[in-house]
Design a protein around this ligand. Structure first.
Ligand code: FAD
Length: 479
């Protein structure tokens, strides 16, 4: 598609031909059919970009961002587009900067336990290189086969093993990034320290609104010597939730404590042929890892807690295939629900672990109140719950009921000391929920920080902040 033909009221010929000169003709997408591919993530939110560019290195991004500034062009960073909050969807148009071509590992230092990577590398691709070396990058979102490290950092992703090893922010040592004025900035260092403000921490989880990450220095760990995986099936999801709480309270340190419950378990059971009876309400996947000779004792204590809470089936995975099947089922949970309805609404609240049984009970109550079916996948050990509601978006009443139910879930979570997001971020989806968490003054403080980095509000506009906060902190005016 030539620049002459593609130019429109948003994109001048001058901008398009300069972009083409920087990234090459092949890597500037302007056809409608290409733009649609970059108009969505894993939520029902949609927003078509005006163009898409796929740069291949930091210098190209720097030049492109300088052009954006010159033309006051909104820009949205994108990894694999698996976000569950609308993060990479261009809410206000603009140009999508897709980073999937920047997928190289630049350096691996096993002695000091770090790697430097480009942001477009997929999480699992990194693991596949590290595993044969006896190492891994512990944050393991269920989307790891496609989600990129840039996206993991953008959302501060969690995952099953984050219970023991910490979430993405605990593994980012430093960043190379481009600010909205085109400046390259480096944060952090290869050894832990406390020098000045923690800019690495600020950028991690900032959803592409403050800077574009062009390289990441990540902490890696030796693979555990041994792992034991147990599946525990309960007839009551409250019993399962109590078990989770009691395992942690007992001072045990499982690496994984995941829960699949309600309609989600029913679907997963059928799709993956797990063979559980129809009375099963909740499945816990429990892993312990470490030195082989220390694990049996920990497993025994965990099993005792499961038995006390009336577990129906308690079984240790006996082969790698059996373990893999369980993980396949856990990671495929959301897709399994797709058999019921064409759409699914999801949120990702987190509650103090002691509140898990209460929250699980609330899921049922809220579901009944709004006439929806609600089942959850959970990083239960962290108190992080992903309740999901299958619905048909073409039926307005179903959509409305699902949205109302998830709003009630967020309200319940915050009222018992939790948060509206454990790991998926705010994006477009939870903007109103920010009001449940923060006062106007706190939101304005965050907004001022955003405008300090990005006075013209060019990076990923339309995310995170409620409308009234935007109105009280105008673009270009941070006072
Ligand atoms: C089936 C399924 C399971 C999931 N499981 C989990 C889970 O277990 N844990 C979890 O935390 N999430 C999970 N997610 C959500 C999602 O996969 C994560 O948020 C993931 O980290 C997003 O990565 P991505 O490459 O797809 O990023 P995208 O969706 O493309 O982008 C996410 C955000 O990061 C920003 N961003 C991307 N790259 C950069 C960059 N280089 N610089 C600055 N900002 C950038 C974007 O602007 C956007 O705001 C799941 C999603 C699905 C569909």
């Amino acid at each position: 598609l030539n620049v002459e033909y593609a130019a429109n009221e948003h994109l001048s010929k001058a901008l398009l031909s300069d972009l083409q000169k920087i990234v090459g003709e092949e890597w500037l997408l302007m056809r409608q059919r290409d733009l649609i591919v970059y108009s969505y993530d894993s939520t029902p939110f949609r927003g078509k970009p005006w163009a898409v560019i796929l740069p291949k290195n930091t210098e190209e991004i720097r030049q492109v961002v300088q052009l954006f500034k010159k033309h006051s062009m909104p820009a949205v960073c994108r990894g694999a587009g698996t976000s569950l909050s609308g993060g990479p969807v261009p809410a206000e148009g603009g140009i999508v900067v897709a980073l999937t071509r920047m997928d190289k590992i630049i350096e691996i230092d096993l002695e000091n336990g770090w790697v430097v990577v480009e942001p477009g590398i997929r999480n699992q691709a990194l693991q596949k290189v590290l595993h044969p070396l006896g190492y891994w990058f512990p944050p393991d979102p269920a989307s790891m086969s496609v989600a990129t490290i840039g996206g993991n950092i953008g959302e501060n992703a969690g995952g099953p093993h984050c219970l023991k090893y910490g979430v993405t922010s605990n593994h980012v040592l430093g960043l190379e990034m481009i600010l909205p004025d085109g400046e390259i900035v480096y944060t952090g260092s290869l050894s832990p320290g406390s020098t000045g403000y923690d800019l690495t921490g600020l950028i991690t989880g900032s959803e592409g609104t403050l800077a574009m990450i062009t390289k990441a220095m990540l902490r890696i760990s030796p693979l555990p010597e041994s792992t034991i995986t147990t599946m525990a099936v309960f007839g009551s999801c409250i019993d399962a939730a109590v078990t989770v709480f009691e395992i942690i309270k007992a001072g045990l340190n499982p690496s994984v404590l995941e829960m699949i419950e309600g309609i989600m378990l029913k679907e997963v059971n059928e799709v993956y042929n797990l063979g559980y009876s129809s009375s099963a309400e909740a499945l816990l996947i429990i892993e312990v890892d470490g030195k082989a000779d220390t694990l049996d004792h920990e497993v025994k204590q965990i099993n005792e807690i499961c038995l006390k809470n009336m577990v129906q089936i308690l079984k240790t995975a006996e082969s790698e295939e059996e373990r893999e099947l369980l993980w396949l089922a856990r990671r495929g949970g959301t897709s399994a629900l797709g058999r019921l309805k064409p759409d699914s609404a999801e949120t990702d609240i987190v509650v103090p672990r002691s509140q898990l049984p209460y929250m699980v009970e609330k899921f049922r109550e809220i579901g009944e109140r709004h006439g929806v079916t609600l089942g959850a996948l959970m990083h239960a050990g962290d108190g992080n719950c992903h309740p999901q509601i299958p619905f048909d978006a073409s039926i307005p009443e179903e959509k409305e009921a699902a949205e109302k139910a998830l709003w009630d879930v967020s309200q319940e979570a915050t009222s018992c000391g939790g948060s509206i997001s454990g790991e998926h971020g705010i994006g477009m989806e939870k903007i109103q929920g920010m009001r449940l968490m923060f006062s106007t003054d706190e939101l304005i403080l965050m907004r001022k920080l955003k405008l300090l980095f990005d006075p013209d509000d060019l990076f990923n506009p339309g995310k995170i902040f409620p409308q009234d906060v935007l109105a009280s902190t105008e673009r270009g005016n941070i006072i």
